[in-house]
Design a protein around this ligand. Structure first.
Ligand code: CTP
Length: 405
């Protein structure tokens, strides 16, 4: 999956012949799963039509402050457009537009949106070779780099003037690849390895029966997905669930029992930077597993259970530099019990769910958690979607690595 998936991209098109290539660029962004809105300078409309870009982006295209088409919405709000965007890309960026970006000459909607943007800004220059090499153009590149904008260098080849040299706007495929690489390299968990456990475990009674629990695995899968989206390589050790993921950064190790989860976690723990235990591991398992299906006979039937190994406590005992996060699901004395688990399992952070809280727990799309760190600082969170709780947990991980810098 592309890092551009789900990203909101504001594309600013200025008036150079390369503007015709923005049709392909919009199509590639959409194909990567991004949402695209387009602002065109008046001059760019001579090279590519707003209808083309509107059709491909599936959104209206804006080009002036005044909206002639909508009686009720007379004003095209450049601030709203800029704040909507996760990324702004100016392609082609002509010498004229580059100069206005540098000086803040705000005489069109594109520059107004540029000046309002708080997101990362990329620009793909396009001009003739002598213009590209002119000291004023180079000075503009320098200023824009100082502003934190990222240049997507022009390519060498045949130019509209008939001359050949550097100045052609980068090909749309190369623009997309450049932005994907740049975003990936800046992801906050890039280079980190994270072990996540998820789902229930099933403890066999006989060949057809087991002791299990109602964990759906959603919380662990959301954590794994969020970690991968932030650039981490994830080992997801999963009990039986109905979920699947197809992110190349996530390796799923499917297990059934607590013992299998224990073995898999210990196989990978020494090599990871973070471990997050979101699985609802069975605390007990049948002492003897019947080889054949147990036939019904007596009115009462007793199964002797023995403790499973506590995976998280064992990881806590082995811990070197790993940041270790556990979950606690409690119904009473929540804070006290959670604090005891931090100590007993040698955790850096615990995510406490109280079943007293509505909307928290198994099989629900939402969760209400309290974070408690190793120093017993408590941080109660709002009721949120499990995706948002996953983001909060990964933000704690990011903050931990920030502190180490
Ligand atoms: N856990 C584990 N291995 C086990 C049991 C639990 O790794 N055999 C992990 C869970 O994934 C969770 C944390 O330990 O992150 C807390 O689990 P919980 O069941 O709440 O705690 P227990 O220590 O089992 O205590 P109790 O059931 O008595 O509350």
């Amino acid at each position: 999956m592309s890092v551009l998936n789900g990203k909101k991209i504001l594309l600013g098109v200025s008036g150079g012949i390369a503007a015709y290539k923005t049709a392909s660029l919009v199509r590639l962004f959409i194909k990567a799963g991004a949402h695209v809105q387009v602002i065109m300078t008046p001059a760019s409309k001579d090279f590519v039509t707003p209808l083309t870009l509107s059709t491909l982006s599936k959104n209206p295209v804006y080009s002036s402050f005044y909206n002639e088409e909508d009686e009720n919405e007379k004003w095209n709000n450049h601030v709203e457009l800029a704040l909507w965007a996760d990324l702004m890309i100016i392609a082609p960026a002509t010498a004229n537009t580059l100069s206005k970006m540098t000086s803040g000459t705000c005489d069109n909607l594109l520059i107004a949106a540029y000046l309002s943007a708080k997101c990362p800004v990329y620009f793909a220059p396009a001009m003739d070779l002598d213009m590209y090499k002119h000291p004023s153009t180079i000075a503009n590149f320098y200023s824009l780099a100082q502003f934190g904008n990222v240049i997507i260098p022009a390519e060498t080849g045949e130019l509209a003037s008939g001359l050949s040299g550097e100045g052609r706007m980068a090909e749309p495929e190369n623009i997309v690849a450049f932005i994907e690489d740049d975003l990936s390299s800046k992801l906050p968990l890039k280079g980190k390895k994270i072990l996540v456990t998820a789902g229930p475990t099933y403890e066999a009674i006989d060949p057809v029966r087991f002791i299990g629990n109602h964990s759906s695995g959603k919380m662990g899968y959301d954590i794994a997905t969020c970690a991968a989206n932030l650039g981490a390589a994830v080992i997801l050790v999963s009990g039986p669930t109905n979920y699947n993921v197809s992110n190349p950064l996530i390796t799923i190790i499917n297990v059934i029992s607590a013992e299998e989860m224990y073995v898999a976690c210990h196989q990978f723990f020494g090599d990871v930077d973070v471990a997050i235990a979101a699985a609802a591991v069975a605390d007990y398992k049948p002492k003897n597993i019947a080889k054949q299906k147990i036939k019904k006979a007596a009115d009462n039937f007793v199964i002797e259970l023995e403790k499973t190994k506590d995976i998280l406590a064992s990881l806590g005992a082995l811990k070197k530099n790993q940041f270790l996060i556990g979950f606690a699901l409690e119904t009473e004395n929540e804070i006290e019990n959670a604090k005891q688990k931090i100590q007993k399992k040698n955790l850096d952070l615990i995510v406490l769910n109280s079943l007293q809280d509505q909307g928290a727990g198994f099989g629900k799309p939402t969760n209400k958690v309290t974070f408690i760190d190793q120093f017993f600082n408590q941080e109660p969170m709002e009721l949120k979607s499990k995706e948002s709780v996953a983001e909060d947990i990964l933000n704690k991980v990011i903050a931990h690595f920030e502190k180490l810098k």
